[in-house]
Design a protein around this ligand. Sequence first.
Ligand SMILES: C[S@@+](CC[C@H](N)C(=O)[O-])C[C@H]1O[C@@H](n2cnc3c(N)ncnc32)[C@H](O)[C@@H]1O
Length: 211
Amino acid sequence: MDPLFIDLLRLGVLPDQGRFLDLGCGQAVLAAWLLAAEEHHVAGHWPAGWAPPPRVQSLQALELMPRDVARAQRAFANEPRVRVEQGDICHAAFEPVDVITIFDVLHYFPFEAQDGVLRRMRAALGHGGLLVARVGDAAAGWRFELSRRVDQAVTLVRGHGLSPMYCRPAADWADALRTLGFQVQVVRTQGGPPFANTMLIARAPAAPEIR
Ligand SMILES: C[S@@+](CC[C@H](N)C(=O)[O-])C[C@H]1O[C@@H](n2cnc3c(N)ncnc32)[C@H](O)[C@@H]1O
């Protein structure tokens, strides 16, 4: 029901194929979504006018909470393309990939750690790589306040305690990514609850032409 997952496919954000890294994957909903999309497309059940879904060559998913990791690992036990691992995004090494996704996660890290994660994501994406992040836009007034409170309630229920949140306006996130050389598109999530959710679509520059 989350409009982000629909937008990813409806807007044709993702490449035709690639190696994916999903950071802070939770129960690996994105992996399930992409593989299900692929199956539907192959079976000929696909919305007219939408680009085909990406062919997932591999998907590595990283998550802090062991319970979510265990559940996701059970779900993908027979899917060799998906590898779900327990780890901390702030310290784990990122392998070279074509696409990195990080949805509703960055605001859990202090600002300095966020900048470190942005830099390491840029380094893991080669020429033309794609980063798709979802953040809460701290400049979005009451919608941001609503998002923040719901997030805190969910975080508490999911066993993280009352953790502080480190939020930035979407424009500041976009600037931080541009500073690293990404071309950035900011897409406000339409539909669903009136949260301040914003998708950042950031493309690393293509390889320079050799003459
Ligand atoms: C709001 S949930 C989003 C889950 C998933 N991205 C999705 O869209 O369904 C945020 C997730 O980030 C994870 N997380 C937070 N800090 C993390 C860290 N330092 N390393 C790995 N995962 C982390 C949480 O455990 C939680 O599962």
